[in-house]
Design a protein around this ligand. Structure first.
Ligand code: UDP
Length: 243
């Protein structure tokens, strides 16, 4: 079989350059019954995030007298992927939920809400690689929409090694046939990247490639951050004008 070429004449399969994100669309406050919500598309990923809280903890024994607990559920719809996904949690979604929750816990001011819970649900309607990053970006905006006090915003993007080249925001074909994949989430505070809240890696990269990937991810994250900001401002500016 002929080897699949992922990069030709300096362009990727979808025509992007190495340092380009997929198109992003963000809509804030789309669910009436959630305290905060966000619909987000990142390339062919389509995800919906809903935030509830701070609210009473059920079951009660999980309550922490010193701070709010944060719960995060990453869930793929059975129809979101090519081969039907069996409904319900699996090892992969439990792991993604855990690392995503830990990333968001670093920015939520949980100490302000003892004995309560902040629940974040993210449903993937369509997946195309980088779904965990799309979900984190949506969840972060939904948290802002819910008015949860936060120390910053989380912005997430992956980088990959494809045909020996480090590229930003890999899509499905690059994720499947590439050599490595490295998702990041950053805490952005006052318009600046302050820390790394999530870092995973699948495959192998050299030390230099990791460094290069980090710089590329930072650049991508700043672009996503601007779009998150604009989406939030758009909703709240319109509401203010209407009042
Ligand atoms: N995927 C799939 N079935 C699954 C899990 C994943 O088809 O049960 C696809 C899906 O398109 C996903 C991609 O594989 O976006 C890459 O999955 P990975 O585990 O790397 O997570 P992601 O990149 O989506 O955060």
């Amino acid at each position: 079989m002929e080897e699949l070429k992922l990069i030709m004449d300096g362009k990727r399969l979808d025509g992007r350059g190495f340092d380009e994100l997929r198109p992003i669309k963000i809509e804030v406050g789309v669910l009436k019954r959630a305290d905060g919500s966000c619909y987000l598309e990142m390339g062919r990923n389509k995800v919906m995030a809903a935030v509830y809280g701070p609210r009473e903890v059920h079951p009660k024994h999980l309550a922490d007298p010193s701070k709010a607990i944060v719960r995060y559920r990453y869930n793929m719809a059975p129809f979101s992927v090519e081969e039907r996904k069996r409904p319900g949690p699996d090892r992969r979604s439990v792991e993604i939920s855990k690392v995503s929750r830990e990333a968001l816990e670093t920015i939520i001011m949980t100490e302000m809400f003892p004995r309560s819970a902040v629940d974040i649900f993210v449903e993937i309607l369509q997946a195309d690689a980088g779904s965990r990053t799309a979900c984190l970006n949506a969840a972060s905006v939904a948290l802002v929409d819910a008015g949860i006090p936060m120390k910053g915003i989380v912005t997430s993007v992956a980088v990959a090694k494809v045909d020996g080249q480090i590229v930003l925001d890999p899509m499905k074909e690059e994720d499947n046939y590439g050599e490595a994949d490295m998702p990041f989430a950053f805490v952005i505070r006052n318009g600046k990247i302050e820390s790394i809240a999530l870092l995973q890696m699948d495959g192998n990269m050299t030390r230099d490639e990791v460094k290069q990937g980090l710089e590329l991810a930072k650049k991508g994250a700043m672009e996503i951050y601007q779009l998150q900001r604009e989406a939030i401002m758009k909703k709240y500016r319109t509401e203010e004008e209407e009042e």
